[in-house]
Unconditional design. Structure first.
Length: 411
C-alpha cells in the first residue's frame, strides 16, 4: 500500500516545490521592479539636489559652475535653464503628492524645495531672481518652467502663495518680448501661453494657433516633424516638438473642444514616434549619437517616457519593456565616470565628461534637460508599469533571435 502511494507523494512534493519556485520567482521579479524604481528616484534626486538646494537658499548664481564654450554669454541664462528643465522632468513625480511611504515622504521634501525655488526664481528682490527676458534664450527656459507647472498643477501651482503666483505669471509674460525663430521655438511661446491660459486665463490663442498650425505644415510623415520647414536628423522631436505640442493641445482642448481633433491627430503621431524611439535602444542600452544637443543625454527619450506615462504606448509594446529599456539607458549613462563633477553638478557629455560635444549654446544649466527621461516616475508604484519582471525591448529580442512584430510606417 505504501509503495503505491510513493509516486503520488512524489508528484505532490514536486508540485509544491514548483509552486514555491514560481512564488519565489514572482517575488524576485517584484523586488527587481521595486529596486529599479528606487534607483531611478535616487538618480533623479541626485541630479536635482545641487540645483534645488542652492536655489532654495538663494545661492544658485553663487554656487553653480558655468561650463560652456561661451561662459560669459551663458551666465545670463544658465540658471533658468537648470531650474526650468529640471523641474519639467520632476513634475509628474512631484504631482503624485506626499504620502506615508518612504518615497511619499521624499516627494514632500522635494515639493517643498520646489515651491521655495519658484518663489526665489521669480521674486525681483531675490538674489537668484532669474532672467526671463534679456537676450533670446530665456524664452526657451521660461517654456520649460511653464511645462513643469502644466505637469504638476496641484503640487507646483495650487500650493504657491498668492504673491508668488503673481510673480510667476509676471515672469512668464515678460518673455513675450522675445520673438521666436521660425522653427521649434514657436512652441516655446505656445507652451508659455498654454500655461497662462490655464493659470491666468490670459493665454494668447493666436500664438498657440500659429505654432500648432506651423508644426502641422512641417509634418514629414511616419511620426516625425521638421524643425521648421526642413527635416533634421536629431532628437528635437522628443526634446521639444512633440511633448510641447501635446501639452499645448491638451490644455487648449480642455477649454475648447474644437481642438480635440487636432490633439488626437498629434497624439497618434507621437505614439508612432515613441514606437520608433523604443526600437532605437540597443540591447546594451545605447542609441545612435545623431544630431545636436547630445549632451542632454537620456533626455533624448522624453517622448517615449511621456507616452508611457500617458498609458498610450502602441499595443505591440509592453510597458515593462519600456521600463527595462529606459532603466538600462539611464543607468549606463549616469554611472559613466565624469557625468558629475566633484560637487555633484552635471558635466557636458553624452557618456561621461566630453566637453567638445557642447555646442556654443550649451552650458551647465542646459544639461538638466536629461531629467525629462524620468516622466515615468509620475506613474505610481502601484501602476502595472512597475509590476512584474522586466521584459526585453525590441532590439534586445531581435539580437537574441526572438520573434518581434513587423514594423509599419504611419502615413
Amino acid at each position: 500500500m505504501m509503495k503505491k502511494l510513493r509516486p503520488i507523494a512524489t508528484m505532490m512534493f514536486l508540485t509544491i516545490g514548483w509552486q514555491q519556485l514560481q512564488a519565489r520567482a514572482l517575488a524576485d521579479s517584484s523586488e527587481n521592479a521595486v529596486a529599479e524604481r528606487q534607483y531611478l528616484v535616487q538618480i533623479l534626486t541626485r541630479i536635482a539636489d545641487p540645483v534645488l538646494i542652492a536655489l532654495s537658499k538663494n545661492e544658485l548664481k553663487k554656487l553653480m559652475p558655468v561650463e560652456a564654450k561661451v561662459p560669459e554669454h551663458n551666465k545670463l541664462t544658465t540658471h533658468l535653464e537648470a531650474f526650468g528643465r529640471l523641474l519639467a522632468g520632476m513634475a509628474p513625480w512631484l504631482e503624485l503628492g506626499p504620502d506615508q511611504t518612504a518615497e511619499g515622504k521624499l516627494r514632500k521634501k522635494y515639493i517643498d524645495l520646489a515651491l521655495i525655488c519658484l518663489h526665489n526664481a521669480t521674486d525681483p528682490a531675490a538674489a537668484d531672481f532669474m532672467n526671463f527676458n534679456q537676450g533670446r534664450q530665456p524664452l526657451v527656459d521660461a517654456a520649460f518652467l511653464a511645462q513643469a507647472l502644466l505637469r504638476a498643477p496641484h503640487q507646483l501651482w495650487d500650493r504657491l502663495d498668492s504673491k508668488t503666483k503673481i510673480n510667476v505669471i509676471a515672469a512668464l509674460k515678460s518673455s513675450r518680448v522675445i520673438t521666436p525663430s521660425y522653427n521649434n521655438w514657436l512652441l516655446f511661446s505656445a507652451v508659455i501661453e498654454a500655461a497662462l491660459m490655464r493659470f491666468d486665463h490670459s493665454g494668447d490663442k493666436m500664438r498657440m494657433d500659429y505654432a500648432v498650425k506651423s508644426q502641422l505644415l512641417w509634418y514629414k510623415g511616419d511620426g516625425a516633424y521638421g524643425d521648421g520647414p526642413n527635416f533634421h536628423w536629431d532628437y528635437y522631436n522628443s526634446f521639444v516638438i512633440q511633448p510641447m505640442l501635446l501639452e499645448v493641445l491638451q490644455t487648449w482642448a480642455a477649454q475648447d473642444k474644437t481642438q480635440q481633433e487636432t490633439y488626437d491627430l498629434i497624439l497618434s503621431r507621437s505614439i508612432r514616434y515613441a514606437t520608433v524611439q523604443e526600437r532605437l535602444i540597443s540591447p546594451e542600452g545605447t542609441y545612435p549619437p545623431i544630431g545636436r544637443s547630445l549632451s542632454y543625454r537620456f533626455g533624448v527619450f522624453q517622448l517615449l517616457s511621456k507616452i508611457a506615462l500617458m498609458h498610450e504606448l502602441d499595443k505591440e509594446i509592453k510597458p515593462r519593456q519600456v521600463r527595462a529599456a529606459l532603466y538600462t539607458v539611464i543607468k549606463k549613462q549616469v554611472e559613466a565616470p565624469g557625468t558629475f563633477d566633484k560637487n555633484g553638478w552635471l558635466q557636458i557629455g553624452i557618456y561621461g565628461h566630453q566637453p567638445d560635444l557642447g555646442e556654443a549654446y550649451i552650458s551647465t544649466g542646459s544639461l538638466y534637460l536629461c531629467s525629462e527621461a524620468f516622466l515615468i516616475l509620475g506613474l505610481p508604484a502601484t501602476d502595472s508599469f512597475w509590476q512584474g519582471p522586466d521584459l526585453d525591448w525590441t532590439s534586445k529580442k531581435v539580437w537574441k533571435g526572438l520573434e518581434v512584430p513587423i514594423d509599419h510606417a504611419q502615413n
